[in-house]
Design a protein around this ligand. Structure first.
Ligand SMILES: [Zn+2]
Length: 771
């Protein structure tokens, strides 16, 4: 059975990497026919066939579910149009500077509109004083009539960067958008549905914490909110750095660990009480009563957590275990784990897309594998400490391949940090915080906060330890490392345990892949409306613009540029060029500077951010020539618009040239033509200023005459870039057009023999993209 469930899971994983949805009926029928051979005869051959059948059935199951989910969509002609909808606020609103964001269940839309059942809405309020003086507050469970403008799920598509579209798909959010100013109307204050009531309760608890522990005096109050209602946005940004560096991030979400601990604690208390009351104990065994109470506690906590995926996962696991125990059957723990896996994947076949899914099943699997001997009943404190150490070691080791694959970093201090943090958070902080949610009386949350503050002192010290950084290993190396972990965790005394370490080495020491000398690898990252380009030569790295600022809390530096460089195994940059002041180009600079080592900065910013970029600057890295063509020194003298000062950079490798133009406009293009009348030809160029009408003058395009051109542009951006008439000019010259909103990140291998550019959305096509 266990192998068959694993095969079913493998079929689901396989479907989630498909570029198109297959016809699921054929796979289902094929799978069922194969499975039927088992009814006729059971031998090794038919058992093997059953495994193949389970892969096919898993594949068909996920495809069928995906077909239904994608069927609920936003009509293509309804993108970017005002549409009136009526519906209910479905989730906890998240406030940000200048507005709030929430999930919204659409009950009805204006006649003819094709709108999906659940959307994510942003409400920008109070940005301009003239708009509205009084800010309207939304609460879960309220029914509203709103005029909204929606678009299909779209995220930035880059190698090694969080896939927002997959995340939206798993949560069944099939469109995102914002609320238009046309008179919004609250139709009902409360819609009675259990889901909305739970969300209402979560909001009340979050408000209680905010009232009892004001953030100014209680810096870690957000962690308590995250532990009780699963609202991780409540945690301040800089705390995440500490959690990441110490490998304790998992403790700050309502993960399997917390749900299990709360269930165990509650179940234990109930069975203890039950035993004391003979009338009850005679009627039903205390152990079973405790088990049932534990399950109810887990259900309650999972609901409070907004029924987030990790909490759900644990709940099913506990329920499967409880049913097995209540029915009096002795079932192997691995069988319970496999059944839980089956239940999770039947309900949510997209769970396999989340790193947390692999981490939690991996960690629990390792614990079971190490065996109950070490975690079960033990006598003295010495054995207990040793058992605790063994559990830590197993969980840490098991997470290593997944952490390297997904996050490319691994905290060396994490076993020590976790050995202290897990019991403190699970046994003291979380129960106290939950108690505070039930009884909002100041001393209780304040005590929880105090314990947390002590823990943070320790974690801040741990964060000074080094972190292991490595490029993302290929899947096979991570798989080999997984086998290595299994070998390392073999029972003591078995020979060959230390050989497991050898299998870990490829993933740990996977080398950084570099371009050969004389070639440049250029990646135009997909950062939405803005620009970020990574240029690599054999031994050097350059960032040409670190991307846009998205909001007060987020920018392309932390969201795209840094994760992409980590994925490649790069942590040092030789030069970062910030081409001009506009935030769609410079907004990510601070995040890049704080996360990576940047040797030199160059910019056209007047207030001395690095050295000024000036035409004529020229250097050679590993046989690749770089030259700044604009602005001229005299351009800095007078007052100039930021766009006019954009640094223009030319890269030449093996006689091939690429022109990076940032946001230059007509005047700068004319200046370039005058300065380099016969020397602007390039093989590939960035379309200036995202394809705005202000730029791409015909004479300039003729002089550059690039066969390949790239438009860095945001999906459905508010400026309407790139302008069709500008694109027509390039098409008239016969250039092939690439654009980041359609193609994702675009990679160019610049050198003598030059392959065509590679687009990430084509290389990494998934069935849900654009739907
Ligand atoms: Zn720009």
């Amino acid at each position: 059975m266990r192998l068959n469930i694993l095969a079913f899971a493998a079929g689901i994983v396989c479907l989630q990497t498909q570029p198109e949805l297959p016809a699921w009926e054929a796979w289902l029928v094929g799978g069922l026919l194969l499975l039927a051979t088992n009814l006729l005869r059971r031998n090794a051959v038919t058992k093997g066939l059953a495994i193949v059948a389970c892969i096919a059935i898993g594949f068909a199951w996920a495809a069928w579910r995906a077909e239904i989910r994608l069927g609920d969509h936003l009509g293509a002609d309804w993108e970017g149009r005002d549409v009136e909808v009526v519906g209910v606020v479905a989730g906890l609103p998240q406030d940000f500077a200048g507005g709030s964001r929430f999930e919204f269940d659409v009950d009805g839309a204006e006649a003819g509109a094709v709108v999906p059942g659940r959307v994510m809405l942003s409400w920008y309020q109070g940005r301009r004083d003239s708009e509205r003086t009084e800010r309207l507050v939304v609460r879960p469970g309220e029914r509203w009539r709103l005029t909204v403008r929606l678009k299909r799920p779209h995220g930035n598509a880059n190698p090694g960067v969080f896939d927002y579209e997959a995340w939206l798909l798993e949560r069944n959010i099939r469109a995102t958008g914002y609320i238009r100013p046309q008179a919004p109307e609250r139709l009902a204050a409360k819609v009675w549905r259990p889901g909305y009531l739970v969300e209402r309760m979560r909001l009340a608890i979050r408000d209680d914490f905010a009232r009892l522990l004001p953030e100014a005096n209680y810096p870690y109050a957000g962690v308590l909110v995250a532990l009780v209602v699963g609202d991780q946005k409540a945690i301040q940004g800089d705390l995440w750095t500490t959690f990441n560096r110490t490998g304790t991030t998992h403790l700050m979400s309502i993960s399997g660990l917390h749900v299990t601990m709360v269930a165990a604690l509650f179940g234990w208390l109930v069975s203890l009480g039950w035993r004391r009351v003979p009338a009850l104990a005679l009627r039903w065994p205390a152990q079973k009563a405790g088990l049932l109470a534990g399950c109810l506690a887990a259900l309650g906590y999972a609901l409070l957590a907004g029924f987030a995926v990790p909490a759900q996962r644990t709940l099913y696991m506990l329920l499967v275990a409880a049913v097995a125990l209540l029915s009096g059957r002795i079932v192997a723990a691995s069988r319970i784990l496999a059944l839980a896996l089956l239940v999770v994947l039947l309900i949510d076949p997209w769970a396999v897309l989340a790193a947390g899914f692999w981490l939690s099943f991996g960690a629990v699997g390792a614990l079971l594998y190490v065996g109950s001997a070490q975690v079960g009943e033990t006598a003295g404190w010495r054995e207990r400490v040793r058992a605790w150490g063994a559990v830590q070691w197993a969980a840490t080791l098991a997470s290593l391949p997944i952490l390297l694959l997904v996050f490319q970093q691994f905290s060396l201090v994490s076993p020590l940090a976790n050995a202290i943090a897990i019991p403190l958070v699970s046994f003291i902080v979380t129960p106290l915080a939950l108690l505070a949610a039930l009884i909002p009386w100041w001393p209780i949350p304040a005590l929880a906060h105090q314990v947390l503050a002590w823990l943070m002192l320790f974690l801040d010290w741990c964060a000074t330890w080094p972190v292991w950084l490595a490029p993302a290993p290929p899947l096979w190396a991570a798989g080999v490392a997984g086998i290595g972990v299994a070998v390392c965790l073999l029972p003591r005394g078995l020979p060959g345990r230390s050989l497991g370490i050898l299998l870990l080495l490829p993933a740990l020491f996977w080398p950084v892949v570099k371009p050969p000398a004389g070639r440049a690898w250029v990646t135009v990252l997909d950062v939405g409306q803005g620009l970020a380009v990574l240029v690599r030569t054999r031994e050097h790295t350059l960032i040409y613009d670190p991307g846009p600022l998205y909001s007060a809390e987020s920018d392309a530096g932390q969201r795209v540029v840094v994760p992409h460089l980590r994925h490649l195994g790069l942590s040092r940059i030789d030069l970062m060029m910030v081409t001009h002041r506009d935030t769609d180009h410079s907004g990510g600079a601070a995040s890049v500077l704080s996360a990576l080592t940047v040797d030199r900065l160059s910019s056209s910013l007047s207030d001395g951010v690095g050295d000024p970029c000036v035409a004529g600057q020229r250097w050679v890295w590993d046989g690749v020539t770089f030259e700044v063509l604009h602005p001229a020194a005299e351009d800095y003298a007078g007052p100039a618009r930021p766009n006019h000062l954009s640094c223009v950079l030319r890269i030449e490798a093996g006689g091939r040239r690429m022109l990076l133009t940032s946001d230059i406009e007509a005047a700068a293009e004319t200046a370039l033509l005058q300065r380099y009348p016969d020397d602007l030809k390039a093989d590939i160029m960035l379309v200036p200023h995202h394809g705005s009408k202000s730029s791409s003058t015909p004479d300039f395009l003729k002089a550059v005459a690039a066969p390949e051109v790239i438009v860095p542009v945001g999906y459905r951006n508010r400026f309407g870039h790139p302008k069709p008439e500008v694109l027509a000019r390039y098409e008239a010259l016969g250039s092939s057009l690439w654009r980041t909103d359609r193609d994702g990140a675009i990679r160019i291998d610049l050198g003598e023999a030059m392959p065509p550019p590679a687009a990430w959305r084509q290389e990494h096509r998934r069935y849900w993209q654009g739907r």
